[in-house]
Design a binder for this molecule. Structure first.
Ligand SMILES: O=C(O)CCC(=O)C(=O)O
Length: 259
């Protein structure tokens, strides 16, 4: 892949310390201007093939989520498997690394749904607990168009209980989940298009409504230790492409389904 599309980086010791303390880090641009334009084009082509305009009667899943985007875009595949976030994930998780999830989360104009407080490990608990969520903004994100909010330091409180939400509308994977969060500690995380945010699997986060006339499109990856297991699924190994190092699981070594 044309190196000019991606911006590779190495986190400094102070960034790594900040990540460990706060559970999140905006690590700057990972896509160049041409890279952003190309990936946005490929993501939009996939989105327009499979999704329709925002409909308030539909669920979060139907309106805002397109899973496995790396199956639908060659550039996303490169970015996910061999882009700058793999290096960042290796620095945080360690030398043995696999790709765990890719998806688009598009809070398009008109989508005033709030995505409630949760940990990503509240939806799909992986062990060990060093899985990393990496969000790359495809638009500038702000309070007006539904940027993310986080609770700094919540990564240090461990796995939290998640309750079924009250809302009738499903939010994700068929059911809304929400965790308790001290709202007074929440901070918004606005981003520039092409920048990435990395978060611990335990970092509490939410997103607000999109009240603007602009879309808020995010490309979302999860990386995990190559030996990570699904706690919610009889501790079976999470299947995903082995990106770095080694794994004790034969089925992960053999996993080719997402090539
Ligand atoms: O895209 C959003 O607004 C929130 C998405 C999110 O936090 C998630 O999918 O875990």
């Amino acid at each position: 892949m044309n190196q000019a599309l991606f911006i590779f980086k190495r986190l400094s010791d102070s960034e790594l310390r900040r990540f460990a303390a706060e559970g999140y880090l905006v690590c700057g641009a990972t896509l160049s201007a041409p890279g952003l334009e190309q990936i946005r084009g490929e993501c939009m082509a996939a989105w327009n093939r499979e999704k329709s305009a925002f409909d308030p009667d539909k669920t979060w899943l139907e309106n805002a989520l397109l899973p496995n985007i790396h199956h639908r875009s060659a550039m996303v595949r490169q970015f996910y498997f061999a882009g700058p976030l793999v290096d960042v994930a290796e620095q945080i998780i360690g030398p043995n690394l696999k790709a765990a999830t890719s998806q688009l989360t598009f809070k398009t104009r008109g989508n005033r749904m709030v995505f409630p407080w949760h940990q990503d490990n509240g939806y799909g608990e992986l062990e060990p607990y060093n899985a990393l969520s990496c969000l790359t903004a495809l638009d500038d994100t702000s309070l007006e168009n539904g940027c993310l909010w986080v609770i700094p330091g919540s990564n240090r409180t461990g796995q939290q209980a998640h309750a079924q939400g009250k809302a009738a509308a499903d939010v994700k994977h068929g059911a809304e989940l929400m965790a308790r969060a001290e709202e007074s500690k929440a901070v918004p995380v606005p981003m520039k298009a092409g920048e990435s945010l990395v978060m611990s699997c335990w970092t509490l986060h939410k997103s607000g409504p999109n009240r603007s006339g602009r879309d808020r499109r995010i490309l979302f990856f999860r990386y995990a230790d190559a030996d990570a297991v699904e706690v919610y699924n009889q501790r079976r190994p999470r299947l995903g492409r082995l990106l770095r190092g080694r794994t004790r699981f034969e089925e992960v070594r053999r996993f080719e389904a997402d090539l």
